[in-house]
Design a protein around this ligand. Sequence first.
Ligand SMILES: [Zn+2]
Ligand SMILES: [Zn+2]
Length: 380
Amino acid sequence: MSRKIVCRLFVVVAALAVVFTDQSALALSRSEIRIPDLPGYTTLKCDFHLHTVFSDGNVWPTIRVEEAWADGLDVIAITDHVEYRPHKDDINVSLNRPHEIAASLANELGIILLRGAEITRSMPPGHFNAIVLEDCDKLNVAEWRDALQNAAEQKAFITWNHPGWLQPNIIPIWYDEHTEIFNKGYMMGIEIVNDHEYYPLAFTWAIEKNITILGCSDSHSPLMFDFDNSPANRRPMTLVFAKEKSAPAVKEALLAGRTAVYAYGKLYGKEEYLRSIFTQTVEIVNPEISITGKGRGFVRLVNHSDIPFQLSADGQADQFTVPGNLTIGAGETVMLPITNKGMLQGKNPLRIPFKVDNLLTAPEAPLSVEFNIVVDFINK
Ligand SMILES: [Zn+2]
Ligand SMILES: [Zn+2]
């Protein structure tokens, strides 16, 4: 290659370098996640458990904000470990710093950033996140009881993290220490999903003891290493049904238990929330159809959300048949075929019951739904 060409190439590369390094944001587009608001509440997509280089993570705090913006999230908390800081020889500063470093970018991008930290003790009691904190450094005390009490005195929202992590078959164990923490009112939330782990038993405890459920990525590496924006492999998140998009409203909703967990194509939460999301999202395009003879008619169902719905027939009627399984993909319209068995004539209202297998109101408890249509059976 001639010197002249090398020289020109250098100029081009240098110019490109200027263009690209001038971008303050790594992510240049945001993928919105279509999940409807609930009556009276705005649905916020949140990840309350993230690490940075300030504990054992591998990313700078502002990257967590950019990832959240790109992934369509509204709220995050950076929750570095209080007691486990392997980069301490290089970064030995206040544990409030990751929040302070990320705060202005979060503000600029409209991401609510909650100050947080992870109280990191051996099991029992294990790891606990405190978010909406005032001062993370105050949690750095010898005794875990004092750390939790200190978080509570700061009016933080406290969550038992990954309760099944490192336990046999990732099944959580509720120790006496957890009863003590619960009785003090410090177990306000519990992760039922952490990273790629799901703890059905923690979901059961949450229902029985009225503990707020959370699903978090607990990410240590850049999120793109582990997740993408497909429904099956999106980062786990907590949906918070808040009175408005603000930090105090998020805390109020967390304390009131108005959450659901969206992880790996499944939605976990109270029946009223899941039903509201489903009924607002799935629309019957043609609720009146006609079927001639023993033929088939088609009801079209459109899914206006980014959550795919996996349905299974909840029993079969004597007069007509429907498919045993039906998936309505994110943003898709599908045909629901209805086959006449020849027993009905004229206009008939039909109620077609389904279970939504990926909407769980408790472990093994899919949401029951019904499609109400009118069929005109034309018998020749
Ligand atoms: Zn942890
Ligand atoms: Zn963690």
